[in-house]
Write a protein that binds this ligand. Structure first.
Ligand code: CP
Ligand code: NVA
Length: 306
């Protein structure tokens, strides 16, 4: 049976039902792995992974996940492919998708994912762009659900840069039915298009302690994302009041979880006592990249499983 090509460029590429399926399937695949059960539905399938930015978690989780599902993953970067020597992205997409079954790309502009997908005969997964990081947020929602049950109706505080992680969390709010308070310094608010897409699911805030009151989850990210390094000094000055401290977690309350997609900088966006403290679930988040993405790859290649 041939499935229609489905891409995962943002969380809006799936319906709410499909996203809930992926979370539950991720939980099942995690249980099976913990039980030592071998599940290899992707024998003979090959994934191409194109990384234009650095990665630890994304590369390892996709590569290990593909191997655990019985398939294989190939890593390429522009430096060791013809991309850096001027081969058009569209030509690369045509060639790669004739040889391999699924593609994951980590790059700069969201338009690069869009252009690649337009010329690809196989599913394309966004492994992080400047605009979105949907795989991370899928794993984060899975982590919340494991810890607390349904995320629908809950309140999340995003604190820091209104950038890729924040945008995907806003999409998650719309899709999973929670409210997200987005607390940023002036000038670092989320992208206008993402705000329009998520109308009614978010509110904008400036004061971290007020925004933190009673939330179920506090989430932050680095002050200087990949590609923004030239602004590091200016960002440090502006973001310092937005560090997630024990005071902010206390304002949120004991029920609140803390998440960070990692890599983290203790003493910058998060205090060491918070990320290494009892409310932090950052290691589960990182592990759940593996399980959630296995569910995603299986879904894109084989459809929903019973
Ligand atoms: N969180 C995340 O995507 O980590 P890497 O940059 O290490 O892949
Ligand atoms: N916002 C960060 C996320 C890293 C996983 C970045 O883009 O560098």
């Amino acid at each position: 049976m041939t499935l229609p090509i489905r891409h995962f460029r943002t969380l809006l590429d799936c319906t709410t039902d499909e996203l809930n399926y992926l979370v539950q399937r991720g939980i099942t695949l995690k249980m099976w792995r913990n039980q030592g059960k071998v599940h290899e539905p992707l024998v003979g399938k090959v994934m191409t992974m194109i990384f234009e930015k650095s990665s630890t978690r994304t590369r390892i989780s996709f590569e290990a996940g593909m191997a655990q599902l019985g398939g294989h993953a190939i890593f390429i970067s522009p430096r060791d492919s013809q991309l850096s020597r001027g081969e058009p992205l569209e030509d690369t997409a045509k060639v790669v998708s004739r040889m391999t079954d699924i593609v994951m790309i980590r790059t700069f502009g969201q338009d690069i994912i869009e252009r690649f997908a337009q010329h690809s005969k196989v599913p394309v997964i966004n492994g992080l762009t400047d605009l979105h990081h949907p795989c991370q947020v899928l794993a984060d929602v899975m982590t919340f659900i494991e810890q607390r049950g349904s995320i629908s109706g809950k309140t999340v505080l995003w604190i820091g840069d209104g950038y890729n992680m924040c945008h995907s969390f806003m999409h998650a709010a719309k899709q999973f039915g929670f409210h997200i308070r987005v607390c940023t310094p002036e000038g670092y608010e989320p992208n206008a298009q993402v705000q329009a897409e998520c109308e009614g699911s978010f509110s904008l805030h400036r004061d971290p302690l007020t925004a933190a009151q009673g939330v179920d989850l506090v989430v932050t990210d680095v002050w200087t994302s990949m590609g923004c390094e030239a602004e590091t000094e200016e960002r440090h000055a502006k973001f310092f009041p937005y560090q997630v401290t024990t005071e902010i977690m206390a304002a949120a309350g004991k029920q609140a979880l803390f998440m960070h997609c990692l890599p983290a900088h203790r003493g910058e966006e998060v205090a060491g006592d918070v990320i290494d403290g009892e409310q932090s679930v950052v290691w589960d988040e990182a592990e759940n990249r593996l399980h959630a993405q296995k569910a995603l790859m299986e879904f894109l290649l084989l459809g929903q499983q019973n």
